[in-house]
Design a protein around this ligand. Structure first.
Ligand SMILES: Cc1cc2nc3c(=O)[nH]c(=O)nc-3n(C[C@H](O)[C@H](O)[C@H](O)COP(=O)(O)OP(=O)(O)OC[C@H]3O[C@@H](n4cnc5c(N)ncnc54)[C@H](O)[C@@H]3O)c2cc1C
Length: 433
């Protein structure tokens, strides 16, 4: 840590104000002398939580070098944790750098991952995307210790991608008493999850997707360079869904659900981007359009909206060597409850360390050619230089039908959320049909 509530970035040259390596070498030895059998080691404190609980922005195996160093000071086994890649971990163990690898989150997503590794069925492993949305969703923003509902925060070790984990009383599959024809409209993550659960329960499922790709908006979400696990998750779904007798009709837009011959219809048609009612709004690039085609953004880019998507876009722009600026109306970045502090504090620290301009409590008044006019909380207006402007101000549900006894609306089409709400919500419906 560089200071209270301020962590050090990977590779950064900084002065450690917490426990430094010299002290850790001694601490490890003291613990051994006191009779400890084994050390499970990583970096980080709550001030630099992203080292102990690495989000997707942190490099894989981020603690390996330091943990290998600590091993030199003790004779008891030393385990390394933190986004460990199985192959890198196995190599480090075989070379005697560490004695074992600690992996928690991947086991929550896919309890069979060890078996699949042993059987070399790597593509069958449902990958952990390091979101922390189910397993450790303690979220925090300026002035608030925990912005997440306490009853939810207390439910640790669940998984956004696998509702059965630690919730098997609520989420478990039973064969359907009456086999039905189920139509699923929309082939995003929500539609695919609902289709798989319905098929596992024995229903006859047809999935309709208007585009030529499965994955929905998560294709754009998974596009940034640091989201390789998200891309692996889409690939997993596309592979997984084909294992079941689900009829998939691509390039098929459903205009009227009454044309479907189905006993039950699941609408998973996602959401539409919100528009900004300001002058020049048409000059802005919508977040999803940028994510699918990075070439749309020039050098100086103002990102309007400092939620998770806006921050990830600014982060990606910086990694691409561009000059992002974030403009956010709230008093902090990523104020949405449920997004883990380990993830959001990395982004806040990254922008601070790399001097990415962040204007909080600032609203956009106009988008002009080459600049954005904004107003701060006192109403003072000024211009920010911008060759490109990216709009990331949220989404509105876009269901193609109304809820009824046989029509169920899930995912972003019901309430805009994240994979946790989308996947758990798909189960809530698919378990009852
Ligand atoms: C930029 C961005 C980044 C994000 N990052 C994350 C993240 O890191 N982690 C996370 O958990 N969540 C993230 N989210 C949220 C997450 O991606 C969504 O909550 C989730 O993907 C929504 O899934 P869905 O199936 O409900 O809808 P969608 O993915 O929108 O799928 C809807 C599908 O329905 C199809 N469709 C629409 N109308 C019709 C029709 N009439 N007939 C047939 N098909 C139709 C569409 O083509 C689409 O494929 C992000 C969202 C965005 C926008």
């Amino acid at each position: 840590m560089k200071g209270f509530c301020e962590g050090a970035m990977p590779g950064e040259d900084y002065t450690e104000v917490g426990r430094n390596m010299e002290e850790s070498e001694k601490a490890a030895k003291y613990l051994q002398d006191m009779g400890y059998d084994m050390l499970n080691a990583d970096n980080g404190t709550y001030d630099s939580w992203y080292w102990a609980h690495p989000p997707m922005y942190m490099p894989e195996n981020c603690n390996l070098e330091d943990v290998s160093h600590i091993k030199k000071f003790v004779d008891i086994p030393v385990v390394c944790a933190g986004r460990m890649d199985a192959e890198v971990g196995a190599k480090a163990v075989s070379e005697g750098k560490i004695d074992a690898v600690g992996v928690a989150r991947q086991s929550l997503v896919d309890p069979e991952w060890i078996t699949k590794l042993i059987e070399e069925r790597l593509e069958d492993i449902k990958p952990c995307i390091c979101c922390h949305a189910g397993c450790f969703n303690f979220s925090s923003s300026k002035g608030h210790a925990n912005t997440q509902d306490l009853t939810d925060t207390m439910g640790l070790s669940r998984c956004a991608l696998n509702p059965e984990t630690m919730q098997s009383k609520k989420y478990h599959l039973e064969r359907a008493k009456k086999i039905k024809n189920v139509a699923v409209v929309g082939g995003g993550i929500g539609g695919m999850e609902a289709a798989i659960v319905c098929a596992k329960r024995g229903h006859k499922v047809t999935l309709y997707e208007k585009s030529d790709k499965l994955g929905g908006v998560f294709i754009a979400a998974a596009a940034p360079s640091f989201k390789e696990k998200d891309r692996a998750l889409i690939a997993w779904y596309i592979r997984e869904i084909k294992k079941y007798p689900i009829e998939i009709k691509m390039n098929t837009e459903i205009k009227d659900i009454n044309t479907l011959e189905a006993d039950e219809v699941i609408v998973a048609t996602g959401a539409k981007a919100k528009k900004l009612p300001i002058k020049g709004a048409e000059k802005a690039i919508e977040a999803i359009d940028f994510l699918l085609d990075n070439s749309l953004a020039k050098e100086n880019v103002t990102v309007i909206g400092g939620g998770l998507t806006g921050c990830e876009i600014a982060y990606e722009l910086y990694l691409q060597g561009k000059k992002p600026t974030i403009v956010e109306m709230q008093d902090d970045l990523v104020t949405t409850p449920g997004i883990c502090l380990a993830n959001t504090s990395y982004l806040r620290d990254f922008f601070k360390t790399n001097k990415v301009p962040v204007y909080l409590e600032t609203s956009v008044k106009e988008i002009k050619d080459g600049a954005v006019t904004v107003a701060d909380k006192d109403g003072k207006t000024f211009d920010i230089k911008a060759d490109s402007v990216i709009l990331s101000v949220g989404y509105n549900p876009a269901p193609i039908a109304k809820k009824s006894k046989k029509v169920h609306i899930i995912g972003d089409a019901d309430k805009v959320g994240n994979l946790r709400t989308v996947i758990w919500g798909a189960w809530d419906i698919a378990m009852k049909i």
